[in-house]
Structure formats: structure tokens, C-alpha cells
Write a protein that binds this ligand. Structure first.
Ligand code: C5P
Ligand code: MG
Length: 161
């Protein structure tokens, strides 16, 4: 019997405001004077990733699992969100494999290129995948969304029958 393959997709956006730290893929972007306005740490990459994982088996989305109205979730580290979603998707169960992840982060400034290895290493470790299976693209919005940070994640999950 052949493996079963499932595509996942998720995206997220947050407004940038002063007085907040900007966190992308669990990495603090030290050069940013602004951070995401969010209930949690506002990590758009990890939020889009968590939704992409949930979408593979139609398990809803992180807004349903982690309601913004829940005070216990204020300032939550988004790595915890991903860890809990991985348990739901049973990624670490035998036979389940994340084939690859393709992510795009859109931010006009600052440049994220210098943080690529740190972000890739961090997210790959969180997912338990080889760094070579996590593709990370940075884009500006060309001035169309200068006050937002956005992320889009596609991935392919497979499961042995
Ligand atoms: O959006 P644009 O195509 O002009 O981006 C040019 C390059 O700048 C990207 O390929 C990416 O490597 C880099 N970039 C970056 N950090 C950003 C946005 C873009 O390093 N915040
Ligand atoms: Mg979010």
C-alpha cells in the first residue's frame, strides 16, 4: 500500500506597533523598532505553520484551539502553539512524516536575510525535520503593507497506511 499524502496551507498577518518585540519563527528580530500587535507573541510564521499543519486533516485552526479571549494565552510563546498542534496532527507518531515545508514571510523592514539560518534552524528543530526540508523565502510588500508582517506556509504531510 502506498503512503497517503496531505497538503497543508496556512497564512497570518499582524499589524506592526511600537513597544513590541518582533518574533519570527521563534527568533527575536533585534533590529526592528516595531513588533506584532497580538494577544500571543504575534509570531506570524509559527501561526501560519500551525494552521497549515491543522489544515492537513481538517482539524480547524489555531483561533479555535487557542481563543484570543482566553486570558491564559496572553503573551503565549507560539512555539508552545506549534508543539500542541504537532500532538494533534500526531506528527511524531510512527509512519507520519513531514515531507517538506515552504514558507514566505513578507516584511518591508528590517531585512530578515541575516536571520535566515537562525529561523530555519529553530523551526526545523521544533518540527524535528532536516533543515533542507524547510524552505524559507523573505519578501518585501514593495510598500503595499509597510505596517504589517505576514506569513504564508504550505507543506506536505505523509502517512504510512
Ligand atoms: O520583496 P523583494 O523581492 O524586493 O525582496 C528582495 C530580497 O530581499 C528577497 O529576495 C529577500 O532575500 C530579501 N528580503 C529580506 N528581508 C525582508 C524582505 C526581503 O532579507 N524583510
Ligand atoms: Mg497570528
Amino acid at each position: 500500500m502506498s503512503r497517503e499524502y496531505r497538503v497543508g496551507h496556512g497564512q497570518d498577518a499582524h499589524r506592526l506597533v511600537t513597544g513590541r518585540r518582533l518574533i519570527v519563527g521563534g527568533v527575536h528580530v533585534e533590529g526592528s523598532p516595531r513588533g506584532a500587535d497580538a494577544h500571543s507573541d504575534g509570531d506570524v510564521l509559527l501561526h501560519a505553520l500551525a494552521d497549515a499543519l491543522l489544515s492537513t486533516y481538517a482539524l480547524g485552526d489555531i483561533g479555535r484551539l487557542f481563543p484570543p479571549s482566553d486570558p491564559a494565552l496572553a503573551g503565549m510563546d507560539s512555539r508552545e502553539i506549534v508543539t500542541r498542534v504537532l500532538e494533534k496532527v500526531q506528527l511524531h507518531a510512527s509512519g507520519v512524516r513531514l515531507e517538506n515545508v515552504a514558507a514566505v514571510v513578507t516584511l518591508d523592514a528590517p531585512r530578515l536575510g541575516p536571520l535566515r539560518d537562525a529561523i530555519c534552524g529553530n523551526v526545523s528543530a521544533l518540527l524535528g525535520i532536516e533543515a533542507g526540508t524547510f524552505g524559507l523565502t523573505f519578501k518585501t510588500s514593495e510598500g503595499l503593507a509597510p505596517d504589517h508582517v505576514q506569513a504564508s506556509v504550505s507543506l506536505l504531510l505523509s502517512r504510512a497506511p
